[in-house]
Write a protein of this length. Structure first.
Length: 309
């Protein structure tokens, strides 16, 4: 990516010598790494030896370690000047089902030696729970309604604790990620299965971000924005879930899915899908645009679908 197209602009020489540690270097992490390749030293934590060559091919130095085994994270202390944390919480059961031990282990390891200048954490917009379709700003109190969202709130607390030690801690609250070149990045498979959606009077607002836009936001947040800040990383679409799936069906030339009343959906649909259908909110992304100065290359949900249609 030419420097004049990067959200960071033309980086000074001191930035090109920086070391970026990516934790959870999956699809979005690799997109960010590709854009920063040759401009910063890239390091990625991985627990899978099968990913080592793929990371090397992407210009990333792999570092083997496991967030579920804190003793393996000792080498992370002092290794990076900036950290991008995109690893999800583990699915934990028992008395501490609401804890994200992975993020706690990571920030404790990073705190052992010289601290990075910034830590960016990829959280979820699900921390708000159901907002009844309201327009939501980053100042709205969190109200997690699922174990997954509770663990994300716990991770955010750990990141903010780390930020009080000195690093600029920034939290990105991320909705559904789409892209035609991302696994599960479009509703095509859902349409093939004929999975129903809610009827319009019961339907919920949904939010999206293209994977490339998310990667750009991650990069920008590593250098921009105030400390202890939360940002909504969402595109400009204002659409309900059923309408989104209908739009995809029309673009693909496929049948639109059936519509169900909420009571019927609770009897027919899996619990995980129902959890998404039970939360309605519209994310205000003005802070992201103002402070991170991220220009959305895919400003509406339509673009990512048309690339594959």
């Amino acid at each position: 990516m030419p420097s004049n197209q990067s959200p960071l602009g033309a980086l000074p020489a001191r930035f090109r010598r920086e070391r970026l540690l990516i934790v959870g270097c999956g699809d979005v992490g690799l997109r960010a790494a590709q854009a920063l390749r040759g401009r910063v030293q890239l390091i990625a934590l991985t627990s899978s030896t099968g990913k080592l060559q793929r990371l090397r091919d992407a210009g990333v130095t792999p570092l083997v370690g496991n967030l579920d085994a804190p003793a393996t994270l000792r080498r992370l202390a002092g290794i990076a000047t900036r950290v991008l944390h995109l690893a999800p919480p583990a699915r934990e059961e028992g008395a501490q089902w609401w804890r994200d031990a992975r993020t706690t282990a990571l920030v404790r390891a990073l705190a052992r030696r010289s601290l990075p200048a910034a830590l960016v954490y990829g959280s979820t917009s699900g921390v708000y729970g159901d907002c009844g379709g309201a327009l939501v700003s980053e100042t709205r109190p969190v109200r997690p309604a699922t174990p997954r969202a509770h663990r994300r709130v716990d991770a955010e607390r750990a990141v903010r604790w780390f930020g009080r030690l000195g690093p600029a801690a920034r939290v990105l609250r991320i909705p559904g990620i789409y892209a035609p070149d991302r696994e599960g990045g479009t509703p095509r498979e859902r349409l093939k299965k004929g999975t129903p959606v809610l009827r319009r009077e019961d339907d919920v607002y949904t939010n999206h971000i293209h994977a490339d836009d998310l990667a750009r936001a991650c990069m920008a947040a590593l250098w921009r924005g105030g400390p202890q800040r939360v940002f909504h990383v969402s595109d400009d679409s204002d659409i309900k879930m059923g309408d989104y799936v209908d739009l995809a069906a029309d673009l693909y030339g496929m049948a639109r899915p059936p519509r169900l009343a909420r009571d019927d959906a609770q009897q027919q649909l899996p619990l995980q899908l129902l959890s998404f259908m039970g939360e309605s909110r519209r994310l205000d992304n003005s802070r992201m645009k103002r402070e991170l100065r991220v220009r959305l290359a895919h400003p509406t949900v339509h673009t990512g679908l048309r690339e594959q249609a």
